[in-house]
Design a protein around this ligand. Structure first.
Ligand code: SAH
Length: 314
């Protein structure tokens, strides 16, 4: 199968992530291996790369693409939330860099057949990990109207949350909602033409909200950010590329919170109770892709990249 996914902000990822060529690096969201291939080229024959993903078919494609480099690359089907367990299992204590490229891959959107996109008519599943949890159709057919409304509002700030939730509940009384096109049509016909957004499909936010819920995306990022500092060596870096403001807010808070804990030296008590921050943000505002990349690769449009570095050993 052709791999159409173009990795986002590759030059910036390489520049920030790789501090030493013979280090140990983790690509926590390998997808079809776009970033990993570039990382491998920079560390070739010296460093080690560990790749994770929860999507079985993506792991399969990544293995095919990266099989020539098996000596230096280890690919595991596991969540980045379990990164500590994966490292422990292979006898690694700390690493030099971790990359998370969040969101959904072009492969998942275009070829996985799991209903990530309203453009095609596919079973409404949206699970990245097909071995676990409930799919989108289960949420759509079983959640109460209030819960659906809340989900659409919290995960995507859909201003038509109430109207869409009501339409879904009404529609499912006739029979279960099972396909992506069916759901897209319900939303399309519910939102009055004059209020439909001009630049995107009216179902965009509903699909985003469902995908985030099905894959527990925000919960996972928060859990990862908690454990990440303890897995890095001094000078080791974490690079996260987010694709919407909720993700980015979590990353920003985690990277900058620790900076705020920093007490000005003048105010430092003689016996300081608080230690200086373990992580320092290297990107104050978050980096955005350049104009050319955005025009060449639509997936880059909403990308925002943040980097933090571990400042000292405990
Ligand atoms: N950088 C990749 C594309 C990544 S797209 C490339 O260049 O090809 C995002 C990927 O994150 C998807 O493949 C998705 O399955 C994966 N993903 C989502 N949640 C995950 C999790 N909790 N653990 C590991 N991978 C996850």
């Amino acid at each position: 199968m052709a791999v159409s996914h173009q990795p986002v902000m590759v030059d910036e990822v390489i520049q920030y992530l790789i501090t030493i060529p013979d280090g140990i690096y983790v690509d926590g969201t390998v997808g079809t291996g776009g970033h990993s291939l570039e990382i491998y080229k920079r560390i070739a024959h010296k460093g080690t790369l560990i790749c994770l993903d929860i999507d079985r078919s993506s792991i399969h494609l990544a293995k095919e693409r990266l099989s020539a480099f098996e000596d230096r690359i280890k690919i595991v089907k596991e969540s980045y939330v379990a990164i500590d367990k994966v490292l422990k299992k292979i006898g690694i204590d700390k690493v030099n860099g971790i990359l998370l490229d969040l969101g959904v891959s072009s492969y998942q959107l275009e070829s996985s057949g799991r209903g990530f996109s309203f453009v095609r008519d596919e079973p409404l599943d949206m699970r990245m990990d097909e071995d676990r949890g409930a799919g989108a159709s289960e949420l759509v057919n079983t959640l109460s109207m209030e819960r659906l409304q809340e989900l659409l509002w919290i995960n995507a700030q859909e201003r038509w949350a109430k109207v869409i939730a009501r339409a879904i509940v009404k529609e499912r009384q006739k029979g279960p909602i099972t396909s992506s096109r069916q759901l897209a049509l319900i939303i399309e016909t519910t939102i009055p033409a004059k209020y439909r957004p001009r630049t995107r499909h009216p179902a965009t936010k509903t699909f985003q909200a469902l995908r985030i819920a099905v894959n527990r995306e925000l919960e996972n990022i928060a859990k990862f950010l908690e454990k990440c500092p303890s897995l890095l060596v001094k000078g080791g870096r974490v690079v996260v590329i987010s694709y919407h403001s909720l993700e980015d807010r979590l990353v920003k808070q985690a990277f900058h919170q620790r900076n705020k804990e920093n007490i000005s030296p003048r105010k430092l008590p003689i016996f300081p109770t608080k230690r200086p921050p373990l992580m320092k943000a290297l990107t104050k505002k978050g980096l955005r892709p350049g104009y050319k990349e955005v025009t060449d690769n639509p997936r880059a449009r909403s990308a925002i990249m943040r980097v933090a570095e571990r400042t000292y050993n405990e």
